[in-house]
Design a protein around this ligand. Structure first.
Ligand code: PNS
Length: 158
């Protein structure tokens, strides 16, 4: 079985993440969305809230699951016998960051490969950071997060 793990903060999931997940679900037999701690970021939504929003956004995708871990990514992958990491790339900044991360993960476990999917150009300006900002200012979230989660997301922050 061809499995992939899609790791990230997902704080919160965006329409760009969902596009990558949908495309990966057609390439791989199973996609595990894995919420991990980013050492450089403070949380906005709780882990429980992030899981709930991802489940809501991916409920129609049969081969997609959501997990959380407080471990290193490679440790989670080792425990669950998964060798592929999936990342989405919007631009050269993403590439620089993800390339370094892929090399670190490869150094930690040489059996692991990172697979990159290029972001659809229409989602290139979409990021969780902008979503958090829009939510704080009560801006229009329509082109930034899946429609299925907008109401619940607003409710969570009330
Ligand atoms: O969505 P993000 O914030 O860019 O995701 C980054 C994330 C969470 C995937 C990355 O920080 C991560 O892998 N964290 C878990 C700890 C780890 O394995 N770090 C890499 C080697 S030091």
């Amino acid at each position: 079985m061809n499995k992939v793990v899609y790791p990230g903060s997902f704080d919160p999931i965006t329409i760009g993440h969902l596009d990558i997940i949908k495309r990966a679900s057609e390439i791989f037999d199973s996609v595990t969305i894995l919420i991990l701690k980013n050492f450089d970021k403070r949380g906005f939504f709780s882990y429980e809230q992030r899981v709930e929003l991802i489940k809501l956004a991916t409920k129609d995708l049969k081969n997609v699951e959501v997990k959380t871990s407080t471990d290193l990514l490679v440790e989670y992958m080792d425990r669950n016998h998964i060798n592929n990491i999936l990342k989405g790339l919007r631009n050269a900044n993403d590439f620089q960051y993800e390339y370094e991360m892929a090399l670190v993960n490869k150094a930690l476990n040489p059996n692991i490969d990172t697979v990159f999917l290029l972001s659809d150009p229409k989602y290139m300006m979409v990021s969780s950071t902008r979503v958090r900002e829009l939510l704080t200012y009560e801006g229009n979230l329509e082109n930034f997060v899946p429609d299925s989660i907008i109401d619940r997301m607003i409710e969570m922050k009330r």
